[in-house]
Ligand binder design. Structure first.
Ligand code: ARG
Ligand code: GLU
Length: 710
């Protein structure tokens, strides 16, 4: 009975899961157009993506290698997140010009700062090349032959197309290798920093609020794309001119109301929505909890020391952010999958798949697939667990990771060319300065004790690196490690670098931190990877087959391919949610909330005096909501993932409402299983962005070039 009820519940929720789910290929958006319009959209699929005339897609860019941005003026002005521009802001910052702390604003174009190495990529066209890529590929061929044939075909197709275009040509697999699309991209290389708010605004709430609603982060930064005088991409030159886009986004000042249709247009990086139940179960209930536990222990240690000492707080801020981001996200994945019966829903679906197989003429291909998945994932599990321990417990002992930098140096002999050695030493010098600037040995010792204890207690001898098997007593080992290793001592390390001779390499090899590092790497290369790789290759093949089977079983269903860092449209509604019984989240936050969170003692919650003044005077100008308040952020049921940071969230008319920058942790399971009742993306309200640019920074020059619909 319980089972039947559950099945019914599953059926009901999946029937209700009309929209929200799915990351759609823009060139195929005509198939979603009707649904989007029924939900409120007033533009057409062709307005969003067209190769015959300008469309919204011409304003959407891949920012660098991992974020999205959008062009908002006729002069190549671009918005993305503060956390996406962070590295570039940091590179321009120094003690005299601390742009991270104080913000940066170019009040005319001559003040804009070049960012060599930063690229902006714009998709010009997409083509379905599945048939050409799979030419002469058969179901009977071995996987190796299949891959070789595909690689050959792709090379030939790309070479052909390259003859006809200056754009960058590439081909990417979709639907786990069942379909292939060719992409024509234009890559701009002269990108300049135009503006960013102080971190008090752009990173307000910091890691404490990361993944969390209610949120008050002004997570935006501003860049400009430059081109040569003919409008083509060019390396930085003082002669370059602002790029005139084919289309830029118009900005709405109307805001986002509950229930409004909204869509996100950007570059989601990776999702896995078509995994079998066993894989989701493993991810959510075996792997993620281990990573969460290990990282949680480390973060607790960081916290203790960070709370005691201001200097340590700064030293460990970025490390804390790095470990904390995954930690919080995976906690959400486990909780979400279990609360919303992600595994049971998949199992239920698999029963119908199995039934379909029985009646299909392709039965021979599919009938054992699910059973084989169970076996293969079981086979994979201990290696995946071992890998999780290695990366989270082993390599997070800082002294061991740092020693790893010296691995190559330890192999230097008299025969090694001096030039090569000098290069190594120069880069080690830098790495060493970086490392010691942010190193606090008591933390590392405690982390080492905790992680090695975890390792020894929870991983069997043949699933851990050799050096661990010689440890009789963790405390004694850690004491020895930190006493004997030179890598705790900046002077010794610098002396080694400054006065290096090949004869010293031998001594280096005996350093216990380097010994531990080498043992870990050997363990990965010789034990883990050789076992994992063939299993993963086989799984990839099975997943491709399963994907195809699912599409055959439901020929009328619109499937959306997993995210793969290509341009996608996702859509839903502006709405809040109920994360727990009795808890109700409104869909927006306001400046009031910033004042509520204000705490001059806590770094993440310091409020800029100027912002306070604007708040006290209620000086919001035309950026105020119709309710009179200053809206800061809002949530929507739009399916997003990493890479969607900086993506525009647009209204029914295709106007800019805000910039996507995060999700609510309760719904991070959406990378595996999407549930519209709990999965929410978080965006900064574009009116708050303009308010900061205009009222806070006084950069009227930037406001003047925007296309604002009142
Ligand atoms: N959670 C967001 C993402 O996955 C934001 C991370 C940066 N922000 C932060 N406070 N650490 O990228
Ligand atoms: N912060 C993420 C990013 O940088 C977006 C949040 C998410 O994973 O949805 O891409």
């Amino acid at each position: 009975m319980k089972r039947l009820l559950l099945s019914l519940a599953v059926l009901l929720t999946s029937a209700m899961a009309f929209a929200g789910e799915g990351m759609w290929i823009p060139m195929l958006l005509q198939y979603n157009e009707k649904e989007m319009q029924e939900m409120g959209m007033r533009i057409t699929a062709d307005d969003i993506y067209s190769i015959n005339h300008s469309s919204l897609k011409d304003a959407i860019v891949l920012f660098g290698g991992g974020c999205t941005g959008e062009i908002v003026s006729d002069y190549g002005l671009l918005f993305t997140n503060h956390h996406c521009g962070y590295d570039w802001i940091q590179r321009h910052s120094s003690v005299e010009h601390d742009y991270l702390t104080d913000g940066f604003w170019a009040y005319d174009r001559s003040q804009e700062l070049p960012c060599p190495g930063l690229t902006v990529t714009i998709l010009r066209e997409m083509r379905d090349v599945t048939e050409q890529v799979l030419f002469e590929v058969t179901e009977e061929m071995t996987e190796e032959k299949r891959q070789a044939t595909i690689t050959e075909n792709m090379k030939r197709i790309i070479a052909e197309v390259e003859k006809t275009t200056d754009y960058k040509v590439s081909i990417k697999p979709f639907f786990l290798g069942n379909e292939y699309y060719l992409l024509l991209n234009e890559v701009f290389t002269d990108i300049r920093l135009v503006g960013c708010p102080p971190s008090n605004i752009g990173k307000f709430g910091g890691d404490t609020d990361n993944w969390v609603w209610p949120r008050h982060t002004g997570d935006f930064s501003i860049f400009r794309v430059y081109a040569d005088k003919d409008g083509h991409p060019a390396e930085y030159s003082a002669d370059n001119v602002p790029y005139k886009p084919v289309q830029h986004l118009q900005i709405s000042l109307k805001g986002a109301d509950e229930g409004d249709f909204a869509f996100v247009f950007g570059y989601p990086a990776r999702t896995s929505e078509y995994l079998p139940a066993v894989a989701v179960d493993q991810e959510a209930n075996v792997i993620d909890p281990i990573a969460v536990r290990l990282r949680g222990e480390i973060l607790d240690i960081y916290n203790t020391y960070q709370e005691q000492d201001r200097k340590v707080r700064i030293q460990y801020a970025s490390k804390h952010a790095g470990l904390g981001n995954g930690w919080k996200k995976w906690m959400g994945v486990t909780e979400g999958i279990n609360r919303f019966h992600g595994v049971e829903k998949k199992r239920f679906y698999e029963e119908s798949f199995q039934e379909w197989c029985l009646g299909s003429r392709l039965r021979y291909l599919y009938i054992n697939l699910l059973k084989n998945f169970e076996a293969k994932y079981k086979e994979l599990e201990p290696y995946k667990v071992a890998y999780t321990y290695l990366t989270n417990a082993g390599l997070n002992i800082e002294i061991i990771g740092f020693a790893g930098n010296f691995n190559k140096l330890s192999e230097v002999t008299k025969e090694t060319p001096q030039e090569e050695v000098d290069k190594m030493l120069a880069s080690l010098k830098k790495a060493s300065a970086e490392f010691f600037k942010n190193y606090h040995q008591p933390i590392d010792e405690e982390v080492a004790r905790a992680m090695l204890t975890e390792y020894l207690q929870n991983q069997p001898a043949d699933f851990r690196p050799d050096f661990l098997n010689d440890i009789a007593d963790v405390n004694a080992y850690v004491a020895m490690l930190f006493e004997k290793s030179m890598f705790t001592d900046e002077e010794k390390v610098n002396d080694l670098i400054d006065n290096f001779k090949p004869i010293k390499a031998k001594k280096l090899q005996k350093d216990p931190a380097l010994v531990a590092y080498q043992s870990m790497i050997r363990f990965y290369r010789e034990e883990i990877n050789p076992k994992m790789k063939p299993i993963n290759d086989e799984l990839a093949q099975m997943q491709r087959l399963y994907m195809k089977g699912q599409m055959l079983m439901e020929p009328d269903k619109r499937f959306s391919p997993d995210a793969n860092f290509t341009l996608r449209v996702t859509y839903g509604k502006v709405e809040g949610f109920r994360p727990q019984d009795g808890k109700n989240y409104r869909h927006f936050t306001t400046l009031e909330g910033i004042m509520e969170k204000e705490n001059p003692e806590i770094y993440d919650y310091v409020v800029e005096p100027k912002l306070k003044q604007l708040y006290n005077n209620k000086d919001y100008g035309r950026y105020a909501d119709k309710d009179g308040s200053m809206h800061v952020a809002f949530t929507a049921s739009v399916h997003t993932t990493g890479g969607n940071s900086g993506s525009p969230i647009l209204n029914a008319d295709g106007q800019l409402l805000g910039l996507n920058f995060d999700r609510c942790w309760e719904g991070t399971m959406s990378d595996l299983v999407y549930d519209p009742s709990i999965c929410r993306n978080i965006s900064v309200d574009i009116r708050y962005v303009l308010f900061i640019i205009d009222k806070f920074a006084g950069a009227r020059n930037l406001i003047a070039e925007l296309d604002i619909a009142e």
